[in-house]
Design a protein around this ligand. Structure first.
Ligand SMILES: Cc1ncc(COP(=O)(O)O)c(C=O)c1O
Length: 323
């Protein structure tokens, strides 16, 4: 077995990479996990107790609410603002109760492509401090920001735990390796939890990632350029469709356009699958995801163009009463 928290060389290498957001970050603040998903699960298992309320973004990544429930907690959705998909700070304030234990933030976000503003990051950090609430910041897409900069919660490890992953950073989703960064007290609890979840992460994967990390930046820089061009293409194509609208997503690799047809997103997604285009209905991402579709643009420009032809044609037929 490897050490429960992962091999020290990789913990140190991750700490060094992320010290750009917090110069005090050390290997002892990093746990290597068997995926970003597992990091998120272990965090909720370690810190959420039965009856605790966990504020989760809506629309938001599909595992936050189930993870809260698996820990015996109660997920409470908070709204994102339409278009730029920022956490609605007033709405969050209105949902905080004496039982609120944790606020989950996803930045950059799946499914929306939203990138948290520095102003909102600071506002959320202040709320967490004032009310004694923990922040769980899922930053697995931190490498993919096309405009603006990444406002990490790493400077706030007194009140935040940050989850990360290699899946997106290195395009190695099948390797199943991620990490989390926390203060020493929280790290202690996470390492204990990880022991009971999996004993330790996979040794071959850790050495593979360790070998790749020093040379990853040129790859990421190129990937960012390629994704940005795809982002521009899908935004242009979607906004040319009558009845659909998309503000250019600033991060990750998802487009989450809204539409004005009177049709549930599940039904619309089913029509698109029949026509040959796979997307995810907005309703899969929570109450406030309805009337949207999620498209991944981690596909070639040729495939994006073909998919958008299908989308344009299907929407035209629906609006013309032919479907
Ligand atoms: C927002 C977000 N967080 C976490 C993950 C988990 O990534 P992994 O388990 O591959 O590290 C994903 C994967 O799609 C994601 O979209």
């Amino acid at each position: 077995y490897s050490p429960t928290a992962g091999i020290p060389e990789l913990r140190d290498a991750v700490a060094e990479r992320y010290s750009r957001y917090n110069p005090e970050l050390k290997g002892k603040n990093v746990i290597i996990t068997p995926s970003g998903s597992t990091a998120l699960l272990e965090i909720s298992q370690a810190f959420v107790d039965p009856g605790d309320e966990v504020l989760v973004p809506s629309p938001g990544f599909v595992i936050y609410a189930p993870h809260a429930k698996l820990a015996g907690g109660v997920p409470v959705e908070y709204k994102l603002t339409e278009g730029d998909f920022q956490p609605d700070i007033d709405y969050i304030q209105s949902k905080i109760t004496s039982k609120t234990k944790m606020i989950v933030i996803n930045n950059p976000a799946n499914p929306t492509g939203g990138v948290l503003s520095e102003e909102n990051r600071n506002a959320l950090a202040d709320i967490a401090k004032d009310k004694g609430i923990m922040i769980l910041s899922d930053e697995v897409y931190d490498s993919f920001i096309y405009e603006g900069k990444h406002s990490s919660f790493l400077p706030y490890l007194d009140r935040a735990i940050v989850a990360g992953g290699f899946s997106k950073m290195m395009a190695v989703t099948g390797w199943r390796l991620g990490f989390a960064m926390a203060n020493e007290e929280c790290m202690d609890a996470l390492i204990k939890m990880q022991y009971h979840v999996c004993a330790s992460p996979s040794m071959p994967g850790m050495y593979g990632v360790l070998g790749a990390l020093p040379s990853i930046d040129p790859y990421i820089e190129n990937a960012r350029k390629v994704y940005k061009a795809r982002r521009d293409l899908i935004t242009k194509r979607i906004n040319e469709i009558e009845g659909m609208s998309l503000i250019p997503p600033r991060g990750a690799f998802y487009a989450f356009p809204s539409y004005d047809m009177d049709m549930p997103s599940q039904e619309l997604a089913n029509e698109l699958v029949k026509a040959g285009l796979i997307c995810t209905p907005g309703s899969a991402f929570g109450t406030f995801g309805e009337k949207h579709l999620r498209f991944s643009y981690a596909a070639s420009e040729e495939k994006i163009d073909k998919g958008m032809d299908i989308l344009a044609d299907t929407v035209r037929k629906i609006r013309g009463g032919r479907i």
